[in-house]
Design a protein around this ligand. Structure first.
Ligand SMILES: C[S@@+](CC[C@H](N)C(=O)[O-])C[C@H]1O[C@@H](n2cnc3c(N)ncnc32)[C@H](O)[C@@H]1O
Length: 262
């Protein structure tokens, strides 16, 4: 699913403008939207707050970066309908180039099954997750994992810790030029991910392996994984071609070096 922002507000504007002025401007911007979009924005209101516009923006928008570190708050009315779960079946990513929010399924989602995303990075530990959801979103998480047995919750927690430590070990090993070690860890990352039903995004995984094999000087595997990454990004039909272009440029470089080496 691809969604476009109905409202996009810069953080400095939110922080530096007097509240009544800020509300008036945002309300005016919303009221000037095409009728259908305006209707979708107001349908997000729960009607219980004195400051309706603040309440709509506060519990439905996402923080996104546009340009050089320009942080904004974007209201995406379709994506805003998706509830949070600590063990989600989809995730969202923002395309800066097209100003769109893309919701991507982690796995096949059955008809009638609810789509969930995590509002917090997946490897965040449970206490931090709950605090973030309460502080930033104002709710106590009632997802299936938060209502699951202690054993299920503990297993999920162990998985998060493992993924977090693996990711930092991969980066450390890469920076210290232990490329083979980083490769083994990356492969483990894929296996470990399956424990909790949220595999890493495969083209990302293939990009990582292509980079590591390249650094190690293994051009056969670097080429193989670079090609898989390019195919993955293309098949995914990503709204953000930057990723595809980056992987294609990498593959091109590897192909050129292969040609020279012949
Ligand atoms: C972006 S909206 C999600 C869609 C919203 N439920 C709707 O019907 O339009 C975020 C709000 O949904 C509710 N919500 C989302 N995920 C939740 C969860 N896991 N547990 C409890 N409330 C949740 C909270 O009230 C939160 O402020």
């Amino acid at each position: 699913m691809v969604d476009v922002p109905a409202v996009l507000v810069s953080i400095p504007f939110l922080a530096d403008t007097k509240p009544h002025h800020r509300r008036r401007i945002i309300k005016q911007a919303i009221n000037q939207l095409p009728e259908e979009t305006r209707r979708r924005v107001y349908s997000l209101s729960r009607g219980s707050s004195k400051y309706e516009v603040d309440a709509i923006m506060g519990s439905n928008s996402n923080t996104i970066t546009v340009g050089e570190d320009e942080v904004h708050v974007g209201l995406f009315t379709e994506a805003a309908r998706i509830n949070h779960a600590c063990r989600p079946n989809a995730y969202y990513r923002f395309s800066e180039r097209r100003l769109t929010m893309e919701v991507v399924a982690f796995r096949a989602i059955q008809p009638g099954e609810e789509i969930f995303m995590s509002y917090v990075p997946l490897e965040t530990p449970v206490e931090e997750r709950r605090k973030y959801l309460q502080d930033h979103w104002g709710f106590n998480c009632a997802c299936s994992l938060c209502r699951a047995s202690k054993l299920d919750a503990d297993n999920s927690e162990a998985w998060r810790e493992k993924v977090k430590s693996l990711k930092s070990t991969i980066l450390d090993a890469r920076s210290q030029e232990y490329y083979q070690h980083a490769i083994v860890m990356t492969e483990e990352w894929l296996q470990v991910s399956e424990w909790d039903m949220t595999p890493p995004f495969m083209p990302d995984y293939h990009d990582t392996l292509a980079d590591l094999y390249f650094l190690k000087g293994d051009m056969v595997n670097a080429t193989r994984y670079a090609r898989m990454a390019v195919d993955g990004w293309a098949r995914l039909g990503s709204v953000d071609e930057e990723q595809l272009e980056r992987s294609a440029a990498f593959l091109h470089r590897v192909d050129e070096l292969n040609e020279k080496g012949r």
